[in-house]
Design a protein around this ligand. Structure first.
Ligand SMILES: Cc1cc2nc3c(=O)[nH]c(=O)nc-3n(C[C@H](O)[C@H](O)[C@H](O)COP(=O)(O)O)c2cc1C
Length: 190
């Protein structure tokens, strides 16, 4: 799959079938994540791959109620990083930016492998940190829910989630978020 196809293929789906997680998969995803650019090559990203039944069941307790669908995950990837592992210039937090880039690389590779890879913000970082023993000075940024896409829509999904499962939520038009040459210039010809 080329990059364009992979980007179009990626969807934040919420209905999963279980599949077996192998070390090869984890190493493969990690190799792709580590090729992301980072400021001064600081590589601030860190991941905990959670897939053993006991730990993943514990981690389900950290999910917000709207993310109950994620309990069908075969793996949850916890993205965390330490502020001092990359720089913060005034209020520009590159430790977060660089970890986000690495997570995007990981998501695209997993998509290419035919998986659903869904980042979420609806979880408790405090509970996640406690369950996994992540140090206090690390920010737990996101959980990435990994599964095989189910052919049916699971009943745990809300009405909106079911709609989103079937078609991608609309995007803002380009004119809302791109400028040509100067901020606010919405046309190529000035
Ligand atoms: C940082 C981040 C946080 C998100 N948090 C949640 C979440 O808590 N629950 C959820 O169901 N989806 C969550 N999503 C998924 C978005 O809802 C989804 O990406 C968006 O609706 C666009 O759909 P698409 O990814 O299928 O194009 C999150 C996505 C990102 C990038």
């Amino acid at each position: 799959m080329d990059v364009t196809t992979t980007i179009h293929q990626r969807r934040a789906c919420r209905s999963f079938d279980h599949f077996r997680i192998t070390q090869d998969l984890i190493v493969d995803l990690s190799h792709h994540a580590q090729l992301a650019p980072s400021r001064f090559s600081n590589q601030s990203w860190q991941f905990v791959f959670v897939y053993d039944t006991k730990t993943i069941n514990e981690l389900y307790e950290a999910l917000s109620s709207g993310n109950a669908w994620a309990k069908d995950a075969s793996m949850i990837i916890v993205v965390h990083c330490k502020k001092t592992d990359d720089c913060v210039i005034h209020d520009r937090k590159y430790f977060l930016f660089d970890s986000g880039l690495a997570t995007a690389f990981l998501i695209l590779r997993a998509t290419e492998l035919g998986l659903v890879v869904h980042p979420i913000a609806g979880f408790s970082p405090t509970k996640t940190r406690e369950i996994l023993n992540i140090p206090e000075d690390h920010e737990v940024i996101t959980l990435v829910i990994v599964g095989k896409h189910a052919s049916i829509i699971k009943s745990v999904l809300s009405e909106k989630q079911s709609r989103d499962e079937q078609s991608r939520p609309p995007r803002y038009p380009l004119t809302d978020f791109i400028s040509y040459n100067r901020y606010g210039h919405r046309n190529h010809d000035g």
